[in-house]
Design a binder for this molecule. Structure first.
Ligand code: CP
Ligand code: NVA
Length: 305
């Protein structure tokens, strides 16, 4: 029997595995019925300790489309909300389900779930959002495919404007390191990603305080909320700190003329992104949201089929 594989972060996969999951994601998007028996009879627990629209629904639909049985578990509706330890929940769920998708707070809590004898997929922690990155990278590939342009990751420059310490920025740093593109990360002082992650990414990450500088030469422009789930008490301080880091039409003019805009959603219009940019011709935000479904189906197929 082969050992179970968890998907804790993007680097839980080799580069070749990542690329083949992305290739399968495109194939699944082209043919929605593809792989419809891949998870035949397999139950997947989708455990949410934080709010979710896209992740929960795309996993739920994705598991069903692959012939599996999605089981959504929320904190409030389960004994987890009354303090049952994650390590107990992990072993119980593994007795019923063939995989666990887990959205939680700390990496330590996620790792506790990984004692389950079935694959555990990170559906967002405070430190990482790797399933979102699968959809983001798929969307980048899709943009290049639609233009008939060969994507050479090593020549690509992407900008991330906003909270450099967020799960999204940190997962984009990981993607830059793995695929070899350049991530120009504009973030205010006090919101840098952990130093070791920047060092590990070497020259694939360029940290700046100047959003215009990050935009220059970038063909992909990313942002995320300034106040992530669990940080609500810091909202006022963050609104102040991130002033000037809004992705506006004016800022976008500093990027390459063919640049596209990504946002994992939910968005706070008028804070990290201008409404006109979200709704504008450069936005691929809603394709990106749809790609959650296809890329996660590819991941589930890889881990379980
Ligand atoms: N982008 C994302 O993970 O959205 P949800 O919080 O709605 O799942
Ligand atoms: N950084 C955001 C991402 C939401 C999908 C958060 O953690 O709330």
């Amino acid at each position: 029997m082969t050992a179970k594989r968890d998907f804790a972060r993007l680097s839980s996969l080799t580069v070749d595995e990542l690329k083949s999951i992305l290739a399968e994601a495109h194939a699944l998007k082209a043919d929605r019925a593809r792989g419809r028996a891949a998870l035949h009879g397999k139950a997947v627990a989708i455990v949410m300790e934080k709010a979710s629209t896209r992740t929960r629904i795309s996993f739920e639909v994705g598991v069903a489309e692959l012939g599996g049985i999605p089981v959504v578990v929320t904190t409030q509706g389960s004994q987890m909300g009354r303090g049952e330890p994650v390590r107990d929940t992990a072993r119980v769920l593994a007795g019923y389900c063939q995989a666990i998708v887990f959205r939680t707070t700390t990496t330590a809590r996620f790792e506790e779930m990984c004692i389950a004898k079935v694959p555990v997929i990170n559906a967002l922690t405070d430190d990482a959002h790797p399933v979102q990155l699968l959809a983001d990278l798929m969307t980048v590939e899709e943009v290049f495919r639609a233009r008939g342009e060969l994507l050479d990751w090593s020549k690509l420059r992407c900008a991330f404007i906003g909270d450099g310490s967020s799960n999204m920025a940190r997962s984009w740093i990981e993607a830059a390191r793995i695929l070899g593109f350049t991530l120009a990360l504009a973030t205010p002082e006090g919101f840098d990603p952990p130093a070791h992650e920047v060092i590990e990414a070497g020259n694939h990450v360029q940290l700046t305080r100047n959003p215009r500088e990050a935009m220059t030469g970038s063909r992909i422009v990313n942002t995320d909320v300034w106040t992530s789930m669990g940080q609500e008490d810091e909202t006022a301080r963050r609104l102040q700190a991130f002033a000037g880091y809004t992705v506006t039409g004016e800022l976008l003019e500093h990027a390459e003329s063919d640049a596209v805009v990504l946002h994992c959603l939910p968005a706070h219009r008028g804070e990290e992104i201008e409404s006109a940019v979200m709704e504008g011709p450069k936005s691929r935000i809603f394709d990106q949201a749809e790609n959650r479904l296809h890329s996660q189906k590819a991941l589930l197929t890889f881990l379980l089929a």
